[in-house]
Design a protein around this ligand. Structure first.
Ligand SMILES: Cc1cc2nc3c(=O)[nH]c(=O)nc-3n(C[C@H](O)[C@H](O)[C@H](O)COP(=O)(O)OP(=O)(O)OC[C@H]3O[C@@H](n4cnc5c(N)ncnc54)[C@H](O)[C@@H]3O)c2cc1C
Length: 440
């Protein structure tokens, strides 16, 4: 009698918008029946869908209610989870190298080790690109992780408490927030902060007058806000920001971030106690020359349309860390949650074919449009993008519904219908019994 061959080892690095959906559904499809051993490696212990980070930063979302433990998800969906940061790749031996995981007390939890694979999927996402601007790293907050978003929120609450308790007049930069980058993240954060700072102050911080004392400034180098989206959305959004008296500076290049604000290239100083850098994305620097794989100037792994890296068919990449052709156009697929979601769905179908010896089919990006949320009641965006050979502008409740459904689709891919319905109901109930803004 011959022993049956060991199941192929699929290793996914990065459990974000794309990687966690892939691990979950491959676990259900292949891991459950022992047809493959699926392993997810992530440097974090819990997952949060990244487009929610600006709400965590502003305090309108409780991180604890939306974080998902990797260990529990792995248990429920038949994959293995390893905590640790991937730092290197040995393509000859087909092993990834993982750095030691050190806890907040400086104690080693897992040692440096190597982990073998037959198929590797890189899904490590992106990080904020500060383009080497002086002062950006020490003085600006980047919204790359839930920890950073929560840190920004604590600094915001502390700034309000400090202003409330001091007897002398406010310094010029006090309670001023500068947001660098008027892409979707910067604009949504400004609108969310406008709402939550007012709610925060209403909890007894009576020495602060939000209209007079709190100023939000969005700084954008391009000549309009939301430069990557159609002009009609920029104009509609600009109007909504103006109604909230959020200052918008366009055509303004940041030369330096300092402890007391932002200096622009034309010499203007924007006083700010809190600075958020929300402009530009690149892939994590460790990808450059990782195992000799091809990368572009943003450190993204270059992949063909079937999501295989150009120099190694056993290594796939998806999401923000991949530079993938957008078939039928001269562009590359943009770094968006909907792209990561679609690419994960594509690999769920194609990886079993690849393991069966077939060539994976090409992935076609479908642009379903873009939506920008300016709080609970104002959402604008385009729908369908190039699917209908153009786009239609949508606003109001319908746009809000479409915006929320993006996250619901992600939750649905991770949990299925009944858990999403129950979770949504539970959150609706707790929202009624808790403050609308996080106060600590
Ligand atoms: C504030 C904000 C708002 C956004 N809003 C929107 C939006 O409204 N709509 C939209 O379409 N897109 C939005 N995006 C972009 C969207 O979040 C990303 O395109 C999407 O999350 C990319 O998914 P991903 O799977 O490639 O990576 P991510 O979701 O970024 O996940 C990457 C994962 O890899 C892990 N990781 C990283 N490095 C390592 C390593 N070395 N070893 C192990 N694990 C590692 C991380 O911990 C993380 O879990 C937003 C992004 C931000 C930051």
């Amino acid at each position: 009698m011959t022993a049956s061959p060991a199941p192929p080892r699929i290793v996914i690095v990065g459990g974000g918008a794309g990687g966690l959906e892939l691990a979950t559904r491959l676990g259900d499809r292949l891991g459950r029946r022992g047809r493959a051993q699926v392993t997810l490696i992530d440097k974090a212990r819990a997952h949060l869908w990244k487009p929610l980070l600006h709400e965590v930063a502003a305090g309108s979302m409780d991180l604890g209610q939306h974080e998902l433990d990797y260990l529990a998800q792995a248990h429920w969906h038949h994959f293995r989870y390893l905590v640790g940061e991937m730092v290197d790749l040995d393509r000859e031996r087909r092993e990834v190298e993982i750095a030691p995981f050190i806890d907040e007390d400086g104690v080693e939890v897992t040692p440096r080790h190597r982990f073998p694979y037959d198929v590797l999927v890189m899904a490590v996402g992106g990080v904020t690109n500060d383009f080497g601007t002086p002062g950006a790293a020490p003085f600006a907050v980047m919204l790359d992780t839930p920890g950073e978003a929560a840190r920004f929120h604590r600094r915001l609450v502390n700034a309000c408490m400090r202003a409330q308790s001091q007897t002398e007049p406010l310094r010029p930069e006090q309670l001023q927030v500068a947001i660098i980058g008027a892409g979707a993240t910067g604009v949504e954060l400004a609108a969310e902060l406008h709402k939550t700072t007012r709610e925060l102050v209403a909890y007894g911080l009576d020495r602060i007058d939000p209209e007079k004392d709190i100023r939000l400034t969005v700084i954008e180098a391009a000549d309009r806000i939301l430069p990557a989206l159609p002009k009609r959305i920029s104009e509609a959004t600009q109007k909504l920001l103006a109604e909230r008296r959020i200052q918008v500076l366009t055509g303004a290049r940041v030369a330096e971030v300092t402890a007391s604000g932002v200096r622009l290239a034309d010499g203007r100083q924007i006083p700010a106690e809190l600075v958020v850098w929300a402009a530009g994305v690149k892939a994590p620097p460790f990808l450059r020359d990782l195992g000799g794989l091809e990368t572009n100037r943003l450190n993204q792994l270059v992949v063909g349309a079937n999501l295989q890296t150009t120099r190694d068919p056993a290594v796939f990449a998806l999401g923000d860390c991949a530079s993938c052709p957008w078939l039928g156009t001269e562009y590359r697929v943009p770094p968006r949650a909907q792209a990561a979601h679609q690419q994960a769905s594509h690999l769920i179908r194609e990886l079993p074919r690849y393991l069966g010896g077939e060539t994976p089919r090409p992935y076609q990006y479908r642009d379903f449009g873009s939506l920008v949320s300016l709080g609970r009641h104002s959402t604008v965006g385009t729908l369908m993008g190039n699917l209908i050979g153009g786009s239609i502008l949508i606003e109001g409740l319908f746009a809000r519904f479409m915006y929320v459904s993006l996250y619901k689709m992600h939750e649905y891919a991770l949990h299925g219908f009944s858990k999403v319905a129950l979770d949504t109901l539970a959150r609706m109930i707790t929202r009624r019994t808790e403050p609308q803004v996080k106060l600590h």
